[in-house]
Structures are given as structure tokens and as C-alpha cells.
Design a protein around this ligand. Structure first.
Ligand code: M6P
Ligand code: ZN
Length: 187
């Protein structure tokens, strides 16, 4: 990846684009294997059209040490067997921090350090802070798309295996009065 000059990056919310733009990523249900508690319901959703669960658009700032890349993630509203649609979630291999800024919709930021779980509700204008060593997953808790800006150290990396191995402590389900949490393992 090449260094980039000082620049301004424009987010067009209605078009869902960044300019200049970097890599974009689309995660469908099939990309979330092993993450929902109800495996059969997950399989059925994959067979049933494999919907897009979230997408990530990035600025051209490279993911290398000392840079500060940014991305905007948009999670679609939905549930799979009652579990709210979410990102895969990851840990940073070398334990570096990250910040999110809520842009639109309603979401939650679930953090897990291997022992404790924390939940930060995210509305437009909320800054969510992930300290070093806290794995993080985002959840759409509303009925419209939830978008947030992420800014993270370029060398942070994404360890997805950590979440598959340790879970996130809790799961966020859609309850009658909003979000309900259940133990990750028992669900
Ligand atoms: C945010 C940032 C990205 C991350 C994305 C999707 O934009 O934290 O680094 O890739 O969310 O989350 P995940 O990688 O867990 O699928
Ligand atoms: Zn991260």
C-alpha cells in the first residue's frame, strides 16, 4: 500500500459512497458462519437468498502502521432466530484501540475482553471507544440501516478466530422492550 497525501474525504450518505474511495466489502449471511447461535436458522437464511447483512466502505488510507484508516459500516436491520444482525466482530492481534462515531440508525457496540462484556448504545453523534484488548462487534438494534464511522490504527489487524474461539460474552436478541441479552454459550 502506498502512502497518501493530506486530504479531505467526502462521505455522501444518500449515495453510500466515500470519495476518494478505497476498498469496499460486502458481507452476506454466508460470510457469518459459526456466529449466530441457531445454526439451522443461519443455514436456512443462506439458502433463502443469502442476504447482505452489512457492507464496509473505506477511504484510501492504507492499513499499515502509523496510518489511521477510516471506514463506514452499514448494517441492515434484521434478525436470525431472534438474534439481531451484526458484524462478525474481531480482536486486534496487538491490542490497539479504535473509535466509532454513530452516523445514522440505532446500534450497539458489544465489547469483550475475555472476561467482561460491555455494551455501548450507539445513536447518531455517539462516540464509542474500544480500549486495547477489547474485541468488538456492532449490532443493528433498530428497524432501519445502522451506519457508523470507524477510525483505527493502520496496523491493528483483524483477528476473527479470537471471536470464534472466545465468543463475545453475550448475544444481543430482539426483545419485546428492545434489546435482550443472553449468555453467549447457552443462548
Ligand atoms: C468497522 C471497523 C473495521 C471492520 C468493520 C466490520 O468498520 O472496525 O475495521 O472491518 O467494522 O467489522 P468486522 O471486521 O468485524 O466484520
Ligand atoms: Zn477493530
Amino acid at each position: 500500500a502506498l502512502p497518501v497525501p493530506p486530504m479531505s474525504i467526502r462521505f455522501d450518505q444518500s449515495a453510500g459512497t466515500l470519495s476518494p474511495e478505497g476498498p469496499t466489502l460486502t458481507r452476506r449471511m454466508s460470510d457469518l458462519e459459526g456466529l449466530f447461535r441457531d445454526h439451522a436458522a443461519w443455514q436456512k437464511a443462506v439458502a433463502d437468498g443469502d442476504p447482505v447483512v452489512y457492507s464496509v466502505i473505506s477511504s484510501p488510507v492504507p492499513e499499515i502502521d502509523r496510518e489511521l484508516p477510516q471506514s463506514i459500516t452499514t448494517i441492515q436491520p434484521g434478525t436470525t432466530a431472534g438474534e439481531l444482525w451484526m458484524t462478525k466482530g474481531h480482536q486486534h492481534p496487538n491490542h490497539q484501540g479504535e473509535i466509532y462515531l454513530g452516523i445514522s440508525g440505532r446500534g450497539g457496540l458489544l465489547m469483550f475482553d475475555g472476561t467482561e462484556t460491555r455494551w455501548v448504545e450507539m445513536t447518531p453523534g455517539t462516540i464509542g471507544y474500544m480500549p486495547p484488548g477489547w474485541a468488538h462487534r456492532s449490532v443493528n438494534i433498530g428497524d432501519e440501516p445502522y451506519s457508523f464511522l470507524a477510525v483505527y490504527p493502520g496496523g491493528a489487524g483483524h483477528d476473527y478466530g479470537w471471536v470464534l474461539e472466545h465468543g463475545m460474552g453475550l448475544r444481543a436478541l430482539s426483545g419485546t422492550d428492545g434489546v435482550e441479552f443472553v449468555d453467549y454459550v447457552e443462548g
